[in-house]
Design a protein. Structure first.
Length: 194
């Protein structure tokens, strides 16, 4: 039963993974407010929606190759490999081959936690929501006193990709755990029967 449930959860996880990396994880905007003698100007400095794939692409185009490759490797390649191998092991009838695949998945398990780390980073970025700075300056020039008020506000919000990717992380971890514990239980029964 655990093996079937683990497989089903991994299939659902893969279904959540694709929109999780393609859709925006968060939207980020930063406005600056300038008030000069009662006149207000509010230019929008940053207005972005960031997905994992768009972030990797942007880093690559900015020639930050190492960071782009690391994010792509740990947030796309390793999670896909891990989930695909656990799903593939479901169809293997040879217990030794299944054990080798699940052992390999367990050995890369620490690296596959990078997908969870990615979600944690995006949560940290979201915590900057509504952070605001205000600077007030009084300028005197040519006999004129000018009050200058400069403020900036950073707003961030979770996008749909964040929820899909978080769902992927949770289901993948649970599905992998169930698959591995099912195999361990089956191996224990075989040893006891010997």
């Amino acid at each position: 039963m655990k093996k079937h449930l683990g497989f089903a959860l991994n299939i659902i996880a893969i279904g959540l993974f694709i929109p999780g990396i393609m859709l925006p994880m968060l939207s980020l905007s930063m406005e600056m407010g300038i008030n000069v003698m009662g006149s207000n100007f509010t230019p929008n400095l940053i207005d972005k929606e960031l997905s994992i794939i768009a972030t990797v692409e942007e880093l690559w185009l900015d020639q930050r190759f190492i960071v782009a490759v690391l994010i792509f490797l740990f947030s796309v390649c390793i999670p896909l490999l891990k989930t695909s191998l656990v799903s593939f092991s479901y169809f293997i009838k040879n217990a030794d081959k299944e054990a080798k695949i699940l052992k390999f998945v367990a050995s890369i398990g620490k690296w596959s936690m990078a997908d969870v780390f990615t979600v944690a980073i995006f949560l940290a970025i979201l915590s900057t929501n509504h952070s605001e700075t205000v600077n007030r300056e009084a300028i005197s020039a040519f006999g004129l006193n000018i009050d200058l008020l400069i403020s900036s506000q950073t707003l961030s919000a979770a996008g749909a990709g964040f929820y899909y990717f978080t769902g992927y992380c949770l289901l993948s971890l649970l599905g992998t755990h169930l698959s591995q514990s099912s195999h361990k239980a089956k191996a224990k029964i075989v040893v006891e029967q010997s």
